[in-house]
Design a protein around this ligand. Sequence first.
Ligand code: ADP
Ligand code: ZN
Ligand code: ZN
Length: 745
Amino acid sequence: MYAKVIVDISHEKLDKGFDYRIPEHMKDKIYPGVQVMIPFGRGNRLIQGYVLEIKETAGYDEGKIKDIAEIVAKSIPIESRLISLAWFIKENYGSTMNQALKTVIPIKEAKKEAVKRRVKLIVSNEIASEYVKKYEKKHATARLRLLNALMENREMSWELIVKLGVSGTVVNGLVSEGLAQVEEEAYYRNPIRYTDLKPYDIVLNKEQKNVSDGIKSYIDNKKDGFKGVHLIHGITGCGKTEIYMDIIDKVLADDKEVIVMIPEIALTYQTVMRFYRKFGEKVSIINSKLSAGERFDQFERAKKGQVKIMIGPRSAVFTPFRNLGLIIIDEEHESSYKSENVPRYHAREAAIFRAKNEGAAVVLGSATPSIDSYYKALSGEYELYTLKTRAKAAKPATVYITDMRDELAKGNRTMFGEKLHELIQDRLSKKQQIMLFINRRGYAGFVSCRSCGVAMKCPHCDVGLTLHGGSRLICHYCGYEIPMPKKCPKCESTYIASFGTGTQKVEEAVKKMYPMARTLRMDADTTSKKDGYEQILSQFSNGEADVLIGTQMIVKGHDFPNVTLVGIIAADLSLYASDYRSQEKTFQLLTQAAGRAGRGNMEGEVVIQTYSPDNSSIIAASNQDYTEFYNQEILYRNISEYPPVVSMMAILITSRDEQMLAKMADYIKQVTDKEFACERKLRTIGPADANISKINDVYRKVIYYKHPQYEKLVEIKNTVENMLDGLDEMKKISIQFDFNPMSGF
Ligand code: ADP
Ligand code: ZN
Ligand code: ZN
């Protein structure tokens, strides 16, 4: 028998996998995923590798083939299913198999599980006191001491028992007499503090039940194999989470496991508690704050069947459940489901691949589905379910648009238009809460000279420097930092200042206009310290502030019943981004932000302030009309040939050597033009400078390919990879692929 082994070195050339003979004594220990040591190269240096598959024939000369040297003792066996998921990711998004494997199996080395032990008295004190007498007679002083302590406390931690000077033998003595019991609990960071465990008592309303029943019966009817992709399009506050939980209930009853993906930013204590209230200990979470070891523990527990529901962001899709029944993706439109690093996989697509492979169902949910998913739902590829009423409030919030140009004409130079001003005063007097939202792009705070117009740019990157704390200029891409100059470095004018309305400025303005208002601000600054984000949310939810001011962060899935007013200070700021999804992003942001108002039993109002009140995505958002938005957006994608109507692939080519970069980018374009000359539906754009043409002294160029078939783009990717393989120039350039990019480079 032979094994195809991939070498554990991140290097394109080693991406192929090598065949090795499996020695007789290893035969039943080698299977896909096992980490092995193999002799490599002429010197037979021992290096690590992963077994990818077992085969009966070797790919080349039997005589030359080498034996696997040993099995790495501490290796985690990678389930073959996860290897096939890695393979899918490598193929479809472009990376080495190694990079893909590392993405799917983030921690390779098994850490010893930390265990917490507790000793419990399991008999009544009456029975125990009989043993006290017995031990006194026998002068069993250590047992006596332990038993007395346990009668007092009923339950003690191991640490405390050690402090009593009692040994493990003594504990075992009590255990064998049937008096005590040792409980072991894997010690992992438990996200759940057992504070407000209100019982779960929600009964689905009719609309919710219809959706849930529909999906559940679909799952039942597809006994074996793939159970479909189901898109729930429900307005904010319609109660999607309750539907998820109802479906989860059914899947657990079928003895299967569930992955719930929630964008990291919405994965708060509040959210986790909702699941915990219903499913208790079956729930675990992963998030980026967990250490590698803690994360590993959660995956281990999933593998062992100790948890049945894993909640987490993108990477939760790799949870090694053995009997996966359902993957839920909440807020499926979120761009954070697409990895920003190689391999740039989309968790939604990876989830669908996995579900097909393992006979599970996929449920997508959003108030503002991605154009991609809605397109597939309309084409029949996904099942579509629609919910139109809020679970609690009588009706959705009322939305007003304020044309800020009119405000200026009226002489209003504040950040708050007349309508918003009026409503803020009203809510403050009624002691109801307000959320003020400002787009992150507005937080840019770029600095320039108002006299000569020169912008302060990073010398290493093609981006502006950002003002921090009023005195330092920082590059967000490379960390370059200088003091804020007092004079313009070019014309020496003192009119050098930062532009854009940041969250800080909004907060200052609120304090100035409404001195009585208590404010909280949520942005990159105030959430940088540990738990800062959760703290602000819980302060606001406890009513410790009247106004919450923030960026995107505040619009994600939070449920504050006392918020009855949402103000969007400047809605335009994401409209001018140079990628084809900018209208979609604007619509989603505005609709989600508006959805924060009136989630309790009181009705809400929303004010969208804009300089472009005629913009169609702003109007659609104000009407809270997804269909209106979708129809106009899909028209644009059709005419301009953008996803989901066609597929798109970007190749990002980077180098410190500007000339080499230009040469290689042209070369790639020439080769693909030639190779795919007969592809009449192929569109190629570029090479051109990337949006940010230099980062950290590395120059960047991009080529775009568009074709109706995704597979054709994969072919182009493979062609490019093959042609660059082994080229000397590759030492100086590097290359990345991005399929159906979420934003420009
Ligand atoms: P969505 O995720 O669709 O925005 P949520 O699931 O967060 O909506 O529900 C909004 C609020 O309504 C939550 O507080 C939720 O507990 C409540 N809710 C949802 N469904 C019901 C129901 N059937 N009965 C009572 N309350 C409900
Ligand atoms: Zn100047
Ligand atoms: Zn920089």
